[in-house]
Design a protein around this ligand. Sequence first.
Ligand SMILES: [Zn+2]
Length: 318
Amino acid sequence: MAVLSINQTVADVFAQKINNDRLGHAYLFIAPKGAGKIDTALAIARAINCLANKGHACGQCASCLKVEHGNHPDVTVIDSNSEAIKIDQIRGLLNKAQYRAYEARCKVFIIADCELMTIEAANAFLKTLEEPAKDTLIILTTSAPYDVLDTIKSRCQWIHFAASSRANVAAHLIESGADSITADYLANYANGWAPLAQRLWRDGFYARKNELVDALIKGFSDDDIKMWADEKPQALEALDIFMSLVRDAFVYQATQNDVLLINRDNAGKVKILAQKSPQELEAVGRLLKQIKHQINENLNPKMAFGILKESLWNPSSR
Ligand SMILES: [Zn+2]
């Protein structure tokens, strides 16, 4: 079975490039969050430097294991976890880039969310990106290609990831032990992005989601707010789930068709929601977007969910 955390199609394209000695020096991986961009880049770093094979990582040699454990001296990852990527981080990378590899055939530098580089950091990086030392591979990733500076974009070959078919993703999840209802929901919710679906399956998202759907339909209590808005990532996840329900309610109003719902496992609840007027649903959708934006801008999630609670299903308060 293919490894779900990576994009196998992209990994296969690179295996061919490696085998044919046609690897470029800089690539920009473009795909939404959860598409497995970093894991795929790391799989490529293993494949290039594997001591046993060419093009495909054996997963067992010293080089493969070091990359996997994050301690290969010639494979560097900058992942700023959604914070700005500062010039100091780039200087550290440039410093490594100018020397020969310690032990690898090819040094690999991976920068996640490269749109977050400050202008200063990006400018410092340009020359290396254009003319890296020999035997160097640079992989940048982004889920927001329009925010990547043109000077960076123009110096890379672009690789657009494609999602898998939902049926395929669901089949893989079932092989990993998910029941068919959970697998079907996760494949749909993740839009066919297998790595995201796999991560959600592993971290118990499905049960969490069901509790949240109940809370949303009933209306939020203060306990719900404590539970769902304690931390920012959790609050953002909850808002995405709400948005999928509101989206489904619109779809149901327009089509009366369960099959088109993301939440078809909860079709009964979607239908309750679909009894609201389109204007009311529209207002809730807008509110959810606005609150998501505010939490991203660092509004306290509990406060944001307080606003949501006051406004939810209560049009007069908006
Ligand atoms: Zn190996």
